[in-house]
Write a protein that binds this ligand. Sequence first.
Ligand code: SF4
Length: 379
Amino acid sequence: METYRIGPIRPPSEAASLLLQVTQGCTWNKCKFCNLYRHTRFRAYTIDSIKEDIDRMALYAQKALKNKREDGTWDVDRINEELSAMPQEQQNCYYVVAMWLLNGGKSVFLQDGNTLALSGGKLTEVLVYLRKVFPQIERITSYGRAENLSRVSAQEFAELKAAGLDRIHSGYESGSDEVLKLANKGVTAQQQIIAGQNIKAGGLELSVYFMPGLGGRALSRQNAEGMANVVSQVNPDFVRIRTAAVKPGTELYEDYERGDFVLCSDDEKAMEIRTLITETKGVDTRIVSDHIVNLLQAVKGSLTTDKEKMLRIIDDYLELPERERKLFQIARRLGHVISLKEMPRLSPAGRAKFEQLVDETPDDSQWNEKMNALIGRYI
Ligand code: SF4
């Protein structure tokens, strides 16, 4: 069987989605904290080649569906046998489609980093064809870069919605012009607001991303206040928290090594989320924490009804003695606990190991470097 393209990333919330690559790479490719597509030249695939990929997915789907029993259960053993008889590249394609169907086969994510770079007409044709081939699809989502999105009108978004696009994920990261400039995002807060308002006016769902710590210590407060302002003006459906990690190989890491960028501590990042929650006004946005890089994963909920609950979780953490906060940071970063409530369940040996790690690193900047390296492993 012919293979189809599969791009490198998707949001965690799209784990059960079929991945359809309509573009490759990122049109901007210059954000200082990101090297995901640094060695990938951007290209938009032709309509014919995208349709060909959809047709190939349909063939894999037909093959998988032969293993669905009349009572709705699946012969997973048979699918595994079929997988092991295939060459590696076909295996990947078959596995993705089979898993998608086993999970209900309801959602599709369009890859890569900036699908909205495809002209509206082209994207509409892709959406219509995709829904024709897979009529059971209930949701199609995509990444879009805010600067590109700001040049699309509410009417054009409404047309994309009518063609079948349901949600746009956009890495706003910050709402502060100073931080956006520092990170070289190539977009302004005003463009983010225009983009977000047009997406919402066009009837699409909007999921934006916020990166606590992206402004470093110098711009920590601006990072949070700017995001609160943008969120207040846009009322996105979701704000997804993605704690900043400064990774070797990025320009931001070079800034850090030169001493031009000072890492925020976990406490400062928690304060940024606190500020975002307290300063955002008049929206029914949901805060989502669906990534292991976030220290306080339990901070999630509605900015209308759950503010107090979310602030309590942050304050419970911030009110701990410094040593306890550090013990939680390292236990969380090493995957031993998910929440503060789990700390008493650490074994005496586990706790002693973490106590030793805290004692070995009394210097705060070295500690922050250690935490940064640990969360960087997850990205
Ligand atoms: S727009 Fe997104 S994918 Fe492109 S360089 Fe920036 S963070 Fe990376």
